[in-house]
Design a protein around this ligand. Sequence first.
Ligand SMILES: [Zn+2]
Length: 85
Amino acid sequence: MTRTLKTLGEAARHGMLVRVTCRKCEKVGFFIASDLATVNGHGRTFKSLKFRCKECNVVDCEVMPFEDDRDRVHTNRVIWRPTRF
Ligand SMILES: [Zn+2]
C-alpha cells in the first residue's frame, strides 16, 4: 500500500497501527487505529490528533500510521489507551 492515509477510519479499515513519538523525550507509543477511530471519530485526520506524553506531559507528538507486521515478533510494544481532548 503506497497511498497516503489521511483519516483514522481509513487506517482502521486496513487494520493499521499508529505510532506516536514525543518530540521532546522521544518516547514512543503505539495505538490501534480502530481504537483511535472509536474515540476520536473515523473522519479525524492524523494531523488533527493530539497526544499528551506520559513522561514529560507535553502535547507535542509526531503521529505516524503504519501497517502492522504480523510476521515479526514484537517486543516492548506498549499499546496506549486513547485519550479524548
Ligand atoms: Zn515526552
